[in-house]
Design a protein around this ligand. Structure first.
Ligand code: PLP
Length: 468
């Protein structure tokens, strides 16, 4: 054994302890650190433009830890903290973090039933998630790395369903066997187009359906007409929680169109599914269960570390047809195929463990509290920004996202100046909403409190007045 490696093995418990201390330090200063450090620190010991060469001989974990803390840690954002409101970014609950550490410690490859405990743990966790989101037992689920992969997997099953309807098998004969496909959606996330590119259906198969006036929710009457104009079976992507304004399609109205049209219903509920945890907001997610395939992210509002999401479907048979990792002549896969036959991945970490830990530790009530507190924070921010003459809200706060812009002359350059002025206090991301350059703040971290919402509001109002 390499001498450094052998020395590390001999002191493994000490090294883990040192790592634990470093993690505890980082987490205890989350609140005090700038949310986004200035990109290139003038005092950085080595600049990114001259990376050190690969060491011929290493100096062990302790020295690597010291180098990381000196050179890289100061450049990392406080994205695990309470005022990182860009994209839709969750944190990691204490239990989720513990589960994630143990995932690496046990280093399981839960892809095969030959070593079944990992798969059983995944299935138990999927069962809990089904309960959390009020899904019926008709939905089977699998873990994937994120909502993009969940959407891709769901749309791959949709592609196979189109094949079933048309009497062909895209999994065997390729997407070309289908002819042109039509995928209809009101305000789809960018990952939908990416998935269609990956799946060989093509980005141009995406047909944008008009949304309701002033909303990002699809107009059900327009969808009805678009489906009537579509020759043959189609795919509808319903959106439950859009990133700009957290708007929801009327999922029940969309599902009801199946009485008149032949389509596969995929729902992108990456963070929107979590409305189901809050009795005051559960109506938004009503109808999720009617989806044929459903995307829910876990590294967002469940607050497990990256990377984790789940894919639910009512047609695991089609899913296995697409993703089976063995030749068809090996025979049927049975009712509970190995996970290796259900997603694009083969080997994968025991990703379910972090989700299992946080659900076991805090239960439905604990996670409901996080969701409701984040929504209340978004409301508070929205209210305070709406009273600021230098700023303008672009949509009501439906859930956990606040979409706003400068009241006067909201150019991208001025919005960048605003973002940079507040970067130490809060991170928000730019967008364009109905043609207007804007910023959005999304609340999905378990640490965020009303005090943070007020602090963010103060920073944004002050900076906006200075720019105005
Ligand atoms: C975040 C998000 C995605 C993509 O999620 P990743 O986990 O980043 O792949 C897709 N759809 C919606 C609605 C999202 O919010």
């Amino acid at each position: 054994m390499d001498r450094t490696l052998a020395a590390d093995l001999a002191r493994l418990p000490d090294l883990l302890d040192a790592t634990r201390r470093a993690a505890a330090d980082a987490l205890s200063t989350l609140d005090a650190r700038p949310v986004v450090p200035s990109r290139v620190r003038p005092d950085a010991p080595e600049s990114l433009s001259s990376p050190p060469p690969l060491p011929e001989h290493g100096t062990g974990t302790e020295a690597a830890l010291a180098a990381f803390r000196e050179r890289w840690e100061p450049r990392l954002s406080a994205s695990a903290g309470p005022r990182y409101l860009g994209f839709v970014t969750g944190g990691a609950t204490p239990a989720a973090l513990a589960g994630d550490w143990l995932t690496a410690a046990h280093d399981q490859n839960s892809n095969s039933a030959l070593d079944g405990a990992g798969q059983d743990l995944e299935r138990e966790t999927i069962g809990w998630l089904r309960e959390l989101f009020h899904l019926s037992a008709d939905h089977s689920g699998t873990f994937v790395s994120g909502a993009t992969m969940s959407n891709t997997t769901g749309l791959a099953i949709a592609r196979e369903w189109l094949g079933e309807r048309l009497g062909v098998c895209p999994a065997e004969d390729g997407a070309g066997a289908l002819g042109p496909a039509r995928v209809l959606s009101g305000a789809p996330h960018s990952s939908i187009a990416k998935a269609l590119s990956v799946l060989g259906l093509g980005r141009n198969s995406l047909v944008k359906v008009p949304t309701l006036p002033g909303r990002e929710a699809v107009d059900p009457a327009a969808l009805d007409r678009a489906l009537a104009d579509t020759p043959g079976p189609a795919v509808v992507v319903a959106n439950a929680g859009t990133v700009n304004t957290a708007d929801y399609d009327d999922l029940q109205a969309v599902a009801a169109l199946r009485a008149r049209h032949d389509f596969w219903l995929h729902t992108d509920a990456a963070f929107g599914a979590f409305a189901a945890l809050s009795p005051d907001h559960a109506h938004l997610a009503k109808g999720l269960d009617a989806s044929d395939s459903l995307c829910i992210d876990l590294h967002k509002w469940l607050n497990v570390p990256y990377d984790s999401a789940v894919q639910f479907t009512r047609r695991p048979d089609l899913q296995a047809r697409v993703f089976q990792n063995s030749a068809a002549y090996l025979g049927p896969l049975g009712d509970h195929p190995d996970l290796v036959h259900l997603t694009p991945e083969n080997s994968h970490r025991l990703r379910a463990l972090a989700a299992w830990f946080t659900l076991r530790a805090y239960g439905r009530h604990g996670h409901r509290e996080i969701v409701e507190r984040d929504i209340a924070c978004a409301r508070a921010l929205g209210e305070q920004l709406s009273r600021e003459p230098a700023l303008r809200l672009l949509a009501p706060v439906h859930l956990n996202v606040v979409c706003f812009t400068l009241a006067a002359d909201p150019t991208p350059a001025r919005l960048t100046a605003l973002r940079e002025a507040v970067a130490a206090e809060v991170f928000v991301t730019p967008t364009v909403h109905e043609g207007t350059p804007a910023l959005r703040a999304a609340f999905s971290n378990w640490r965020t409190t009303q005090a943070d919402a007020h602090r963010v509001a103060r920073a944004l109002r002050t900076a906006a007045r200075e720019i105005a």
